[in-house]
Design a protein around this ligand. Sequence first.
Ligand code: IMP
Length: 210
Amino acid sequence: MQNRLGKTLVIATHNAGKLREISALLAPHGVECLSAGMLGLPEPAETGKTFAENALIKARAAAEASQIPALADDSGLCVAALNGRPGVYTADWAGRQWFEGEMGRDWYMAMGKVEGLLCELGPDVDRSAWFSCVLALAWPDGDSAVYEGRVDGSLTWPPRGKLGFGYDPVFVPNGSTLTFAEIDAQEKHRISHRADAFAKLVADQFGPIS
Ligand code: IMP
């Protein structure tokens, strides 16, 4: 398949960490990444009801404003017994709080909220859950492509481990006894929802990895 991405891609994020991670993944394919933050592009409201809708909103806004192909991601935790919640509201379930002079998310509160809802459903509740990640590519001519990645697992309580971020301390991927916060970054990046979505994007845009 033809490589439609060209040499430059705008990453529709204002998060320096995400830009670093995505740039490193695309560098071997000769793609230089700029961020929406670096270009001073506005952040659109994430009003979608699905990860794909939100990723497309962000990618299309960046491609239109910059006239350069753009990539956006949206991700979150889905809990089977909660009908897929918190889903696109994953970040919102962690209220904002001041910590060491910076405004951050309270992930312990968010994990506690999920656990509280599971407990209300009784001791035999299905604890299965998955992380989803959708990557959306958008071109200035209006074309787009979407790649969905997923990692299945179950939720444990209390939280364990200090690595990772967000809901990692309560998520045990299938086939492991450790939480994502107890698994080193290299291993997590091998099996994660983000890795799965990226593998699909790379295979589609740059051909199968030999
Ligand atoms: P967003 O895609 O940056 O909007 O992130 C949504 C939220 O999902 C994050 O703030 C995290 O709380 C959660 N999330 C996404 N991926 C992961 C992960 O790999 N581990 C833990 N939490 C995650």
